[in-house]
Design a protein around this ligand. Structure first.
Ligand SMILES: [Zn+2]
Ligand SMILES: [Zn+2]
Length: 181
């Protein structure tokens, strides 16, 4: 998977433009990620070298495949995510928390063996952009809890606000009680 690794050892200039299209099959997306990628991902950034530090500023564009948290329909939102990352050489004997960075907006990452793992970079950007509960739309009506019908596209005859008439008396009693408090 040569496309996934950015070789830093051949960098001659202080600044380089990197533009790559990554095949989705090589991205390290695991089953627990909450999304999948089925189309090529475009990665374009400027790479700045400063000693052993590398600054990457650019964007990653692609299409995620997600499942709506309410209706379970598949959705494929396009994403175009800017990133600004500072890479330090990874040292096994130095705790990663010890690197001090003055600019809080920068995100620090680490590289090993003169290579930046672009697959990992892409997947991390996707994970950061992922909503806690993806919805196909804000007004998604979800599935009927009784029969599983997708209420966005169909209706069902389940009665969802059914109240046992024998409990009506108790309910009005409780309502009255509420008002007293
Ligand atoms: Zn939905
Ligand atoms: Zn139903």
């Amino acid at each position: 998977m040569p496309d996934l690794l950015l070789d830093l050892s051949h960098m001659r200039e202080a600044r380089e433009r990197v533009d790559r299209t990554l095949d989705p099959s090589v991205l390290p997306v695991d089953d627990q990620a909450g999304f999948s990628v089925r189309t090529p991902v475009h990665l374009a950034f400027d790479l700045f070298k400063d000693g052993s530090q590398f600054h990457l500023v650019g964007r990653v564009e692609g299409v995620l495949t997600l499942t709506c948290g309410r209706c379970l329909e598949e959705m494929t939102p396009p994403v175009d995510l800017p990133f600004d990352l500072l890479y330090f050489p990874h040292k096994d004997n130095v705790g990663e928390g010890e690197v001090e960075v003055e600019d809080d907006d920068l995100t620090v990452a680490y590289y090993r063996d003169d290579e930046i793992d672009l697959g990992q970079l892409v997947v991390e950007q996707f994970l950061l952009a992922l909503p806690m509960k993806p919805l196909c739309r804000e007004s998604c009506r979800g599935l009927c809890p009784e029969c599983g019908t997708n209420l966005n596209t169909a209706t069902c005859s389940c009665v969802r606000t059914w109240t046992d008439p024998r409990l009506e008396g108790l309910k009005s009693f409780l309502d009255k009680d509420d008002r007293k408090v």
